[in-house]
Design a protein. Structure first.
Length: 232
């Protein structure tokens, strides 16, 4: 199960609010290097972020079934740990570290633990793009294309398209798009496209707050007493 699928299980993905309506432009003359420089500056003093999140798992095929949507709140710290607390339709929790993904289901009192070394196809870590990744990180890991400027939910954004360099990653992820708020230089939307199906997971962030004093327990695997743990 991928980040997309895990966020789909948890809630399958953050809700695709509308895609940008007009074709991207580049009125301010952004270049790839200038965008990466701005991302570096944001990363330099990044400590924490929280945001409301919409996820939608969309099909590019012929199916007329409505995409499954989930909403919740995401928390990220400077160490790259991300927590997603689902609010609708359930109340599952995802905790993503550099080593593993923990998927907590309070109904079953069970946390599934996926070691990323074993489950390389999981996509949860890609939700961190734009928060703790520097321009150098992106250059090292992806072929980058500047998509230009647009507006999403009233925010002026600039977009990057990322194609994984590693063949192993390309077996799972065809490409990613990250749209970044030009005011805060934080991500507004991420679109991850699967290789096999061509389906997409769209994660849209709103009500973003940066560098708050968040409770450190949010980033720890402190599950309720009696919770069973299953390693995958």
């Amino acid at each position: 199960m991928s980040l997309l699928r895990a966020l789909a299980t948890i809630g399958c993905g953050l809700v695709l609010v509308l895609s940008a309506s007009a074709a991207p432009t580049n009125e301010l003359g952004w270049t790839l290097d200038s965008v990466l420089t701005q991302l570096d500056r944001q990363t330099d003093d990044f400590k924490t972020a929280l945001a409301d999140v919409d996820i939608r798992w969309g099909s590019t095929g012929q199916s007329e079934a409505a995409p499954v949507a989930r909403t919740g709140r995401a928390y990220i710290n400077a160490a790259g740990v991300m927590r997603f607390n689902e609010q609708k339709p359930g109340n599952r929790v995802l905790l993503v570290t550099k080593e593993e993904v923990q998927d907590y289901d309070p109904v079953r009192a069970l946390v599934d633990r996926y070691a990323l070394a074993k489950h390389k196809a999981r996509l949860e870590p890609y939700a961190q793009l734009g928060f703790t990744t520097t321009g150098k990180d992106l250059k090292d890991r992806f072929l980058l294309t500047l998509l230009g400027e647009d507006r999403i939910d009233g925010k002026r954004v600039v977009g990057l398209e990322l194609t994984p360099k590693k063949e192993q990653v390309r077996e799972t992820v065809a490409r990613l798009q990250v749209w970044i708020d030009q005011a805060s230089w934080m991500p507004v939307r991420q679109v991850i496209t699967h290789v096999a199906s061509g389906d997409t997971l769209t994660v849209t962030y709103s009500a973003m707050a940066r560098n708050l004093q968040l409770n450190e327990d949010l980033f720890k695997a402190n599950w309720p007493k009696g919770t069973q743990s299953l390693k995958r």
